[in-house]
Design a protein around this ligand. Structure first.
Ligand SMILES: Cc1cc2nc3c(=O)[nH]c(=O)nc-3n(C[C@H](O)[C@H](O)[C@H](O)COP(=O)(O)OP(=O)(O)OC[C@H]3O[C@@H](n4cnc5c(N)ncnc54)[C@H](O)[C@@H]3O)c2cc1C
Length: 425
């Protein structure tokens, strides 16, 4: 059977644009099928500094700079009652090679990446929703529904980048939800949010309440570097939200009022978008590949967004996925060996952030996290992970291993002062 394409990429988010761009640049025939027409709204607006490496390789930095996205140089973490806070500046991290990231409105960011993929030679078809993927010994058949017709395409390989749509993972019944992280997010965009200006004007601000947290992400800067549009979201247990019986706006307003650091920053805020809700369940597919099909980005696994790792992991896995498929195409085989290696590296990356996220919801983690100490360069190691340093080798691994041991010790013996989530009277 003849093949129309070397690879078909499903989905045009950061993972799909990235994977298809690398493949097209290597001279392969690539079709990308995206169900929406871009620009389209997407949540997930704060990038990590190590994203820059990939954006540079793809040659898309000039377009992103021209778009005027705010530059993130660090992140601030506050306790919900305002009693304690800490800040990270990526530049100060001893192991951190890349120190600046963009904060992006995803509709614009994703469109820039998708159009760029097209200029690199990817055939992009929007408004094509993939419905079925069937692999056999020699290739894969993809059925997609366009505006007025259903079409069939054939390629040697498929890269599934359908995000939380998780097309092939659902098709194969291999999705495993993390039972401890069944979360939901309530969010919107606001003007007149009181955030820092200057060097800290691009910081992500995270506010941690007892079992929930807020993000504040500047999306546009006005005069004197003051944020003029800010994404604000609340992440909480899905069951608690349901049990409250309240509308999303009411839940959002209630928790803003319960948290002085958020309340003060939103005192004069005006919404410029409706308040929206999305599920935020962390999950992983049991395998990241099957016969001639690779899963990248959220279609491999989704992690609670507390450390803003999603887009970076999407592009990191997209790049590795393209490399694995490219090697298989060159060798003329079914790619199994490359895919095993791909899965190992992507799983290792997912594991680093999963451990951080699961730990983040515990009090001992917050106690240590809010008291960064120079000793043994542990804070520097955490800084590097927060920037996206995934393959920093042994010098980061032993430090993170020790950090998590100290978190466990802190549960029993106070190595640093205890924190309290109680509201001051
Ligand atoms: C509440 C929340 C907050 C977040 N905050 C952050 C953050 O601050 N920073 C961060 O880095 N990440 C964040 N994320 C995560 C981030 O949104 C994702 O990790 C990232 O978008 C993954 O990129 P992707 O390309 O894998 O998937 P997506 O960006 O979701 O792209 C998938 C694409 O596939 C298309 N598609 C789906 N099904 C089909 C189909 N059947 N056929 C054709 N096309 C299809 C979709 O239309 C979409 O365009 C957050 C996520 C949530 C839920």
């Amino acid at each position: 059977m003849s093949h129309d394409y070397d690879a078909i990429v499903l989905g045009g988010g950061p993972a799909g644009s990235c994977a298809s761009s690398y493949l097209a640049r290597a001279g392969h025939r690539v079709l990308l099928l995206e169900k929406e027409r871009f620009p389209r709204f997407h949540i997930g607006e704060s990038l990590l500094p190590y994203n820059h490496e990939i954006l540079l390789e793809l040659g898309v930095i000039p377009q992103l700079e021209a778009a005027g996205f705010p530059v993130k140089r660090g992140a601030q973490f506050h306790l919900g009652n305002g009693s304690k806070s800490t800040g990270f500046v990526f530049r100060n991290g001893r192991f951190t090679k890349h120190t600046e990231a963009f904060q992006v409105e995803r509709s614009r960011f994703d469109e820039i990446l998708l159009r760029h993929a097209s200029t690199l030679g990817v055939e992009v078809r929007e408004e094509h929703e993939v419905q079925q993927v069937t692999a056999d010994k020699t290739g894969v058949t993809v059925v997609a529904r366009g505006n007025d017709a259903t079409s069939e395409f054939r390629a040697r390989f498929v890269i599934d980048a359908t995000g939380r749509g998780n097309l092939t993972g659902n098709q194969e019944g291999i999705k495993e939800v993390n039972p401890f992280l069944r979360k939901l997010a309530v969010f919107g965009h606001f003007e007149n949010v009181l955030l820092d200006s200057g060097q800290k004007g691009g910081d992500t601000v995270i506010v941690r309440l007892e079992n929930k947290w807020f993000w504040l992400i500047p999306l546009a800067l006005g005069a004197e570097g003051t944020p003029s549009k800010v994404s604000v979201g609340l992440v909480m247990d899905r069951d608690e939200f349901t049990a409250s019986g309240q509308k999303p706006e009411e839940v959002f307003r209630h928790w803003v009022q319960q948290s002085p650091p958020v309340r003060e920053r939103l005192e004069k805020a005006q919404p410029v978008s409706p308040i929206q809700v999305t599920s935020d369940f962390s999950y992983r597919n049991r395998t990241l590949w099957s016969n001639r099909v690779l899963r990248v980005g959220d279609a491999a696994g989704f992690i609670d967004p507390i450390f803003s790792s999603g887009v970076f992991l999407a592009m990191f896995s997209g790049k590795l996925g393209a490399k694995a498929v490219g090697t298989a195409l060159k060798n003329g085989n079914n790619g199994d060996n490359e895919f095993v290696f791909f899965e190992r590296r992507v799983r290792a990356a997912l594991k680093i952030y999963s451990e951080m996220v699961e730990s983040f919801y515990t009090t001992p983690f917050m106690e240590l996290f809010l008291e960064p100490r120079a000793k043994w360069d542990l804070a520097a190691a955490v800084n590097a992970i927060l920037a996206g340093e995934l393959e920093g080798g042994w010098r980061l691994r032993w430090r993170m291993w020790l950090f998590f041991r100290l978190v466990r010790l802190q549960a029993h013996f106070p190595l640093v002062p205890r924190i309290s989530f109680a509201r001051s009277p």
